[in-house]
Design a protein around this ligand. Structure first.
Ligand code: ARG
Ligand code: ZN
Length: 472
């Protein structure tokens, strides 16, 4: 109801009749992007999602995915229309129970026009029925839905959701999830959080997963295939669920020798980052050929290639470090990627030191010395690398070098207080590089603008002394 437009006295009668406001001009379409300068059309304007409920069915033989997404949101402006980001074929949309008009636009926008406009600050329930063959859909010329010989995987960054559920696809809008997927008997469906139930009927098995903590859209994952699932509990009490494709062949031993150490490693990281923020942890290794791993929340995605040369606990440490740096505390915008990758790389350096394979300072010195001043490596500014360099090696290695420089500047006591305090300061929320600097300055009591500028923002090789202010 749009009470502002109703004359006093006519209020009671008019509010019953006035389903559509007298002045439609007050109601505007939500923006097709949430305002991220790197990716203008990612996410959407006008609402904030609190929960995704996905009930899906997948047939590996044909790559057909069908289902219903129920999205709970609250409007943040008066809305005549709003978008979700999505690529599959939609057959029906309902908003607050009533059928809504819909159309596609741009590369991945689903435009929804509700029967009645939506007043700012009201709860909205959006139901989207859909089906499609995800591997046939692309946006900007690519597909991140990966079919495997016995299923498929959705796990990529920054784009993954468009191929399997309609969303407000940006890390700044986190939500809880229930993901329920029906697959042919003998096949598993793996997702984030805890497995609530499985049930079989008529040759199909339903797996229902729940994520109770807020989760960014790119951290939602789905893997379908024939997996061997292992369960346990870390010494520190965190339930562990891992899954291995039955087709890992030569990589099976190395994958298990690495990922089965998840509980031990999550407990070890707790010493640096504080209590593990979620109610489950684990990883899965599907039969994919991609080269990367991804910190999908509570259930890390590993490519078998991570284990092609033997065990690799370092990648497990990296992805588990992201559970605090990236998943618990998520980016405000994609330009803040240093907070994710710089700290996940630094955690690998801490692990290397623990394993007697080089101290963090030795690794920092090594990275520094490996790149001469004219190496393009130094032209990438980890604090604002640009969309094309978001996952450049400099974001990781120069990013971790910046963390070591910070440590040397503020000293170990302040540094480790910052490392552990940050996830607590912004638990289950979002933060930017500027927020991190402000926090580090608050904890250390030191101005850090020059240090951050030198190590994160200048497109040139910093003077070596800056990384070694204490240790030289
Ligand atoms: N955050 C991931 C990691 O560092 C990187 C993912 C890169 N994405 C990609 N599609 N290659 O573990
Ligand atoms: Zn990473």
């Amino acid at each position: 109801m749009h009470r502002r437009l109703i004359a006093p006295g006519a209020l009671a009668a008019a509010s019953l009749l006035l389903a559509v406001p007298a002045s439609a001009a007050a109601y505007q379409p939500g923006a097709p992007g949430i305002g991220d300068p790197y990716y203008p059309y990612y996410g959407n304007g006008g609402y904030d999602v609190s929960h995704y409920d996905l009930r899906l069915k997948y047939q590996p033989r044909t790559d057909e995915l069908e289902g219903t997404a129920t999205v709970l949101a609250t409007t943040t402006q008066d809305l005549s229309r709003f978008d979700l980001d999505f690529l599959l074929d939609v057959s029906e949309v309902r908003v607050n129970g009533a059928k809504a008009a819909f159309a596609t636009s741009g590369q991945h926008e689903l435009e929804i026009t509700p029967a009645a406009p939506l007043r700012k600050g009201t709860p909205v329930t959006v139901v989207v029925r859909y089906r499609g063959v995800p591997s046939t859909k692309s946006a900007y010329g690519f597909t991140t839905w990966h079919r495997t010989p016995d299923g498929a995987v959705a796990a990529d960054e920054p784009e993954a959701a468009w191929w399997w559920f309609p969303s407000n696809d940006h890390p700044s809008d986190k939500a809880t999830y229930d993901v329920s997927v029906t697959v042919p008997d003998g096949t598993q469906a793996i997702s984030n959080g805890t497995l609530q139930s499985t049930s079989s009927r008529l040759g199909w098995t339903r797996y229902t997963w729940r994520s109770r903590a807020p989760q960014a859209t790119y951290l939602a994952t789905l893997a379908i295939g024939r997996f061997d699932v292992t369960t346990g509990r870390s010494e520190g009490g965190v339930p562990v669920v891992n899954a291995y494709s039955r087709n890992l062949g030569d990589n099976d031993g190395a994958a298990r020798a690495s990922v089965e150490r998840t509980g031990e490693l999550v407990d070890w990281l707790t010493g640096y980052f504080g209590p593990y923020p979620f109610d489950s942890v684990g990883g899965y290794v599907p039969d994919t050929t991609t080269g990367y791993a991804l910190e999908t929340q509570t259930r890390v995605y590993y490519s078998p290639r991570q284990f092609a040369n033997g065990s690799n606990t370092s990648v497990v440490v990296h992805e588990l470090a992201h559970q605090w740096y990236g998943d618990d505390v998520s980016l405000k915008g994609w330009r803040d990627i240093w907070i994710n990758e710089g700290f996940a790389r630094y955690a690998q350096w801490l692990w290397s030191e623990h394993e007697g394979e080089g101290t963090t300072q030795e690794l920092a010195d090594y990275v520094y010395a490996s790149h001469p001043a004219d190496d393009p490596f130094w032209t990438v500014a980890p604090g604002d690398p640009g969309p094309d360099n978001q996952f450049d090696i400099a974001v990781y290695d120069r990013g971790a070098l910046a963390v070591q420089a910070l440590r040397n500047e503020v000293g170990d006591d302040a540094f480790f207080a910052i490392l552990k305090g940050w996830p607590k300061e912004h638990a289950y929320g979002n933060a930017s590089v500027a927020d991190f600097r402000a926090y580090a300055e608050k904890v250390s009591g030191k101005p850090l603008d020059a240090l951050f500028d030198t190590w994160l923002f200048q497109p040139s090789k910093p003077a070596v002394s800056a990384a070694r202010t204490v240790s030289l």
